[in-house]
Design a protein. Structure first.
Length: 64
């Protein structure tokens, strides 16, 4: 994964986690749950993207 993309994913994940803590402090359980789900899905998509990019870079190029 390119460093700029990794940094972007990290910053957005931190913002989502800050949103979770803010929702907890405001005692908004539905918003907390929604942000937690979004955060987990976002971080998971980052892992999937990283695996796909790594797989592409390691696979031999097929030329026809």
């Amino acid at each position: 994964m390119k460093p700029v993309l990794a940094l972007t994913y990290a910053i957005i994940s931190i913002v989502f986690m800050l949103g979770i803590s803010f929702a907890i402090s405001l005692r908004m359980p539905f918003l907390t749950l929604a942000l937690a789900v979004v955060t987990v899905l976002f971080i998971g998509s980052g892992f999937v993207l990283k695996a796909r990019m790594r797989k592409r870079s390691l696979s031999p190029t097929e030329e026809s």
